[in-house]
Design a protein around this ligand. Structure first.
Ligand code: AHG
Ligand code: MN
Ligand code: MN
Length: 336
């Protein structure tokens, strides 16, 4: 716990002025995202008292039924950033095409991508959910914004983070200078720095995977989990614990706090899809946060951040967390 209170604003000003990591436009953009997350947090907290629970009765571009909160969170982010003034365009898990910020001169320099509400299945049961975001620079050299401008690998991100709406609302951020966590102080209405230089232990005894899919997994994933399950008497010589919250934000947050490995691998249910999770809105921002905290993130074969996206809503297999464990699973894929 940091003893003197540093607000998100002050942290970002220092990242800009003292460390020279970010330009002022990016600082202001991140403040707008944080403000939107604060609003979403308040909506989430209202629960049954507000009109925020349950299904919206619509489907998104990926054929998933939308919850009311998926739509509310998406609109909150769009509205806040439309007037923020530093964005050229946005892309969201909940929108088919990109959203170009209208009539602004000069045009904003950045592109924002988000999963407005991660962990939708947990909304109605009062379990942690979140917002995940990723910022890219708009490529220079042409006027306007095109879908292709977004198709940059994760190693081009200039900022990434998430906000978890749990027992506390915590914003977790990287601008390439390690990972910092900010807890929302509801009385003051501001995010306060509560952890800096977050580090993920390189080894772990905790894994997170949806075990109900075991019969659909690929051999290397099955091998890794079987070895964990064998415990002390097996090849790993230690007992493992399992957690699966079904909100990526909550599972990744636990890993940033105490280590662990998270996997949502390719499986045989839909063999043509590379995975369930989305590269641009989930895997890239989480992958960069985890790497910034000393962990690793791969799709089993390749570093997530080096994948060249070919479409906006691209899916990907995800293995991330404690470095030695991720390297082990990735090694099993190479051997197979
Ligand atoms: P979203 O709510 O944005 O669609 O994401 C849900 C994702 C992710 O948060 C979580 O890890 C995973 O889906 C859970 O999937 P299962 O229900 O298949 O376990
Ligand atoms: Mn999600
Ligand atoms: Mn979502």
């Amino acid at each position: 716990m940091v003893d003197h209170r540093i607000s998100l604003t002050r942290y970002l000003v220092e990242q800009q002025r003292v460390h020279g990591h970010i330009p002022s436009e990016l600082r202001l953009l991140l403040e707008v995202v944080a403000r939107a997350c604060k609003r979403i947090s308040f909506a989430v907290n209202k629960g049954e008292l507000g009109d925020v629970m349950g299904s919206a009765g619509t489907e998104n571009v990926q054929g998933e039924v939308q919850k009311k909160l998926d739509i509310i969170a998406n609109e909150t982010l769009i509205e806040a950033n439309e007037w923020g003034g530093h964005l050229a365009a946005m892309a969201s898990e909940e929108m088919e095409g990109i959203y170009v910020v209208p009539n602004r001169y000069p045009q904003g320099e950045y592109l924002l991508m988000f999963d407005p509400l991660d962990g939708s299945s947990n909304i109605d049961v009062n379990v942690s959910i979140g917002t995940i975001f990723s910022v890219l620079k708009k490529p220079e050299g042409h006027p306007g914004v095109h879908d292709n401008d977004f198709l940059q690998p994760g190693n081009c991100q200039v900022a990434a983070g998430y906000c978890i709406y749990g027992p506390q609302t915590t914003l977790v951020l990287t601008v390439g200078d390690g990972v910092a966590m900010f807890t929302l102080d509801r009385e003051q209405g501001s995010f306060v720095l509560t952890r800096e230089n977050v580090r993920i232990p390189e080894d772990t005894k905790e894994f997170a995977i949806n075990m109900s899919n075991v019969r659909h997994w690929d051999a290397p994933v099955k091998r890794y989990i079987d070895e964990c399950l064998a415990g002390e008497d097996g090849p790993r010589g230690k007992n493992f614990n399992m957690r699966w919250i079904a909100s990526m934000v909550a599972d990744v947050h636990r890993i940033l706090c105490r280590g662990g490995i998270f996997m949502y691998p390719w499986d045989k249910r839909e063999p043509r899809k590379p995975g369930k999770l989305r590269l641009m809105y989930e895997a890239n921002p989480m992958g960069w946060l985890v790497e910034q905290a000393g962990g690793a993130a791969t799709n089993g074969r390749q570093r997530i951040l080096d994948i060249q996206p070919t479409q906006l809503h691209e899916r990907v297999s995800v293995i991330l967390g404690s470095k030695n464990e991720v390297e082990r699973v990735t090694g099993y894929h190479a051997e197979a």
